[in-house]
Design a protein around this ligand. Sequence first.
Ligand SMILES: Cc1cc2nc3c(=O)[nH]c(=O)nc-3n(C[C@H](O)[C@H](O)[C@H](O)COP(=O)(O)O)c2cc1C
Length: 212
Amino acid sequence: MAEPTELFDIIHSTRAMRRLKPDPVPDALVAKILQAGQCAPNGGNTQRWRFLVIKDAAIKKAVQVWYKRALDEVVGPRYASSAPPPGATAEGYKRQHSAVEYLTDHFHEAPVWIVPCIESAEKPTRSSGASIYPAVQNMLLAARALGLGATLTTRHLLYEKESEAALGLPPNVHSYAIIPIGYPMGKFGPVGRGPLAEFVYQDRWGQPFKGV
Ligand SMILES: Cc1cc2nc3c(=O)[nH]c(=O)nc-3n(C[C@H](O)[C@H](O)[C@H](O)COP(=O)(O)O)c2cc1C
């Protein structure tokens, strides 16, 4: 199937793609993804972002250990006891959980990771995040447009110190995500988020916006 090039088709089919083939991704495609990231807005255009591309199997494995531990100790039990989110059926939520477990077990086998970072002496905040997550979303969209699967992950931050040490980050650099990228095993599907009208208000909190 030809890859979509229409922006809205790409937006509507960019989902967390957690089952990835280990086949290598050409550097030229990784560069295209990074270029899309660099086009994103960032506060004051100061560009304190840095993007660490990881292909080294030993580094990925050292981080995966913490990523898995965070699933076993924190996120897994939460999945097991929580209700499906808006727009998801119980069956769909179960499938998501199993994909999350799959990615966790195979995290290090994704051929390439992009780790978006910010160099700053200050602790990460909402403001600093606002200067990196637009780049992350651009990269997810670019990966989708190229037929590559990717997932925005942040779970390693439950073991931030240990994971960032395994990533070899200097002390004044913090990671904001790990994006495993590879050719997807499955197909891209439509994003499911529930009815937009439930999430949008007009003028007063709780008052429906008639435009959706
Ligand atoms: C802030 C943030 C953190 C996330 N962290 C993880 C993660 O650590 N592991 C993971 O498998 N997915 C992670 N996700 C992906 C979400 O679980 C995913 O976007 C959501 O379930 C919707 O899935 P869909 O895009 O396939 O519809 C994260 C997403 C966001 C926005």
